[in-house]
Unconditional design. Structure first.
Length: 177
């Protein structure tokens, strides 16, 4: 994930900004797609990015998810095969996409999504992860919606960051025909 953060930051803000983030955090910054890195490094880099861009850490994490999705879609088009829209994509996370992620990255710590109410225009997810990076999940959902040419509104009624057991993420498709 850190190699993707590097690519996303460098693409949007330039390579110098990435170097500045590494300097600010004191991290070495030698990240590859095959590596498994401590979550603390992602948290530190997101915090440094937030400080540099004037965002909250959660907003920076959401930006990262949304901005990284085109790179993920280009690198892993198979994740989108058979998915017609953002709703079907999100519903397929646990059964199709996350098993593929685990094949590509053995030992990857992927979140779990419980699927609640689902209609053609919306889906309710129950997000669980010890990482508590629901803002990243929201950004990835927004980015995936854009891949399908859709816009979504996301609301979170429960959040682990507010000491709820899981996050409840409501995704509503705004522009469905």
């Amino acid at each position: 994930m850190l190699d993707l953060l590097e690519a996303t930051v460098s693409s949007t803000y330039g390579a110098r900004t990435w170097d500045d983030l590494l300097e600010t955090t004191g991290l070495a910054g030698v990240y590859t797609s095959l590596g498994n890195y401590p979550d603390e490094e992602l948290v530190a880099l997101i915090g440094a990015l937030a400080g540099r861009t004037g965002q909250t850490d959660q907003a920076a994490l959401r930006w990262f998810g949304r901005s990284a999705m085109p790179m993920l879609a280009a690198a892993y088009p198979e994740f989108f095969v058979g998915q017609d829209d953002i709703r079907t994509f999100v519903v397929a996370l646990n059964d199709i996409i996350h098993p593929e992620v685990r094949k590509l990255y053995p030992g990857a710590d992927v979140p779990t999504f419980g699927i609640g109410r689902s209609t053609p225009d919306s889906v309710v997810l129950r997000y669980g992860s010890p990482r508590r990076m629901c803002a990243l999940a929201e950004g990835l959902i927004e980015g995936a919606a854009a891949q399908f040419g859709q816009h979504v509104t996301i609301a979170q009624t429960d959040c682990m960051l507010r000491n709820d057991e899981l996050c409840t993420i409501e995704v509503h498709v705004d522009d469905r025909d």
